[in-house]
Design a protein around this ligand. Structure first.
Ligand code: AMP
Ligand code: MG
Length: 304
């Protein structure tokens, strides 16, 4: 079983200046017909074998990224609560050298952060060359949760004359310029919206309430936010359509099945690194001679 990259790209990559509608994407997508009809146990076994393969490829790609030390990869994860961001992060981190990967989770901004421009706190957390940086939530919250809850915008203390109708459009422009700047400086920018159905979210919240082992995951705020479901979907759709660009596209990833979500995200990260065409660095002939000399010095030592 394989999810082919070309197929993933055709289905889930949002075109630049796209006019997508989220309702045209199936959150419960599960691959080809063969998989749709496979018995549950078999599907699970094949999915876990696929995920393992998928991680082996990612490990190799990350090795080249780290060794070359020229590019960075920024992975932005956005979703409704319960869509599986944490699981995706665990999966991706499971395949990489921890030194070459970092994760930042963004919560409500502090007073200090609110005293700066909205992109400030995110720029401090960008990945260095050679690394994959995962943003668990990101500057997109500033056109999502902040748009859905006008009271949060008030806390941002913007001058009154900037609070006009064009505020969201201005932020989209700023985000596009910011991402283009990153790309022009060697960062690959990959943005994933984990697209889960409202029905699946209810199921997952109920599991958090009913299963004592999952109780800790439940937060009252999750249910409050669920009541704004339609506003969030509209905000996501608008943000995705305004900020899917050629250099930094969005991916709308089916999130009702966890293995599909994890497979699609890690396949896109792997492919994007592979597309950089990085080779493991080869040392120059001068350097090779130096290595021979180093070898001779070590060889000259008496064995312990
Ligand atoms: P969680 O990721 O479940 O721990 O929740 C983090 C909370 O912080 C979510 O409710 C986010 O919407 C909120 N949050 C993240 N970034 C921002 C932001 N820039 N402005 C306001 N709230 C934010
Ligand atoms: Mg939460």
């Amino acid at each position: 079983m394989r999810l082919k990259y070309k197929d993933i790209e055709r289905r889930f990559k949002v075109p630049a200046n796209g006019k997508i509608r989220l309702k045209d994407f199936d959150p419960a997508w599960i691959g080809n017909k063969e998989l749709r009809v496979a018995p549950k146990g078999e599907l699970k076994a094949r999915a876990s074998a696929y995920l393992k393969d998928n991680l082996t490829a990612l490990t190799e790609a990350q090795g080249a990224l780290w060794a070359n030390d020229r590019h960075a990869v920024l992975v932005v994860l956005q979703a409704m609560d319960g869509a599986g961001k944490d699981g995706v992060i665990r999966h991706v981190m499971g395949g990489v050298n921890p030194q070459g990967c970092q994760v930042f989770s963004f919560k409500k901004p502090s007073d200090e952060e609110l005293d700066h421009n909205f992109l400030w706190r995110y720029t401090l957390a960008l990945p260095e060359r050679g690394r994959i940086g995962i943003f668990n939530r990101s500057y997109y919250e500033d056109v999502l949760v902040v748009r859905v809850h006008p009271a949060i915008l008030e806390r941002q203390k913007l001058p009154a004359e900037l609070l006009g109708k064009s505020l969201w459009k201005d932020r989209f422009d700023d985000i596009n310029a910011f991402e283009r700047h990153l790309v022009r400086n060697g960062t690959v920018v990959l943005k994933f919206f984990l697209h889960m159905s409202k029905k699946e979210q209810r199921k997952r919240f109920l599991a958090r309430l009913d299963d004592p082992a999952k109780n800790w995951k439940f937060s009252d705020a999750d249910i409050d936010e669920r009541e704004h479901w339609n506003d969030y979907q509209a905000a996501f759709e608008d943000a995705i359509n305004h900020t899917s660009t050629k250099c930094a596209p969005w991916w709308v990833v089916p999130a009702d099945n966890k293995w599909v979500t994890r497979s699609v995200v890690s396949a896109v990260i792997t492919h994007s690194i592979e597309a950089l065409g990085l080779k493991m660095p080869v040392v120059s002939t001068v350097r090779q001679q130096e290595l021979v000399e180093a070898r001779q010095r070590l060889g000259g030592e008496a064995s312990p």
